[in-house]
Ligand binder design. Structure first.
Ligand code: AMP
Length: 119
């Protein structure tokens, strides 16, 4: 079954593309957490950073470059921003298709805490 990001890639569900090339697409997160919240996504489905295969580092590296350029375009580069990959269950990853979150447009809290004591 396709992930939501494969459906966006294949134009089966809508998104406003801020960037697109043969390998990468970027669009606003549908449930914005910060004034700027953009997802940078490889078109090829890589499940997560944990599931990267040899050679995937090229597209992953390019995702950072796209994030840098979008941050510049949206004029948040000077004040700064956060980039985040969630990985798996403990990382809070919901969509099993690699994506880099770009958060910005406001001063952001640290907000990385364990939930409870156990698994
Ligand atoms: P994660 O929790 O890191 O897996 O993040 C998945 C993100 O995808 C969440 O922030 C969702 O709000 C976002 N998302 C889910 N569906 C869509 C969609 N159709 N368009 C844009 N963002 C989406």
């Amino acid at each position: 079954m396709k992930t939501v990001f494969e459906k966006i890639r294949d134009r089966e569900i809508p998104a406003t593309f801020l960037y697109e090339d043969d390998e990468i697409m970027a669009f606003p997160d549908i449930d914005r957490s910060t004034p700027v919240h953009v997802l940078i996504v490889p078109k090829k489905r890589i499940v997560s950073i944990a599931e990267m295969e040899d050679g995937d580092e090229v597209v992953v590296g390019k995702m950072f470059r796209v994030a840098r350029d979008i941050a510049r375009d949206l004029k948040i580069s000077e004040k700064g921003y956060k980039l985040l990959f969630r990985v798996g269950e403990h990382g809070g990853q919901e969509v099993p298709h690699l994506h880099l979150h770009l958060f910005g447009g406001a001063r952001l809290s640290e907000n990385i805490h364990p939930v409870g004591q156990g698994e």
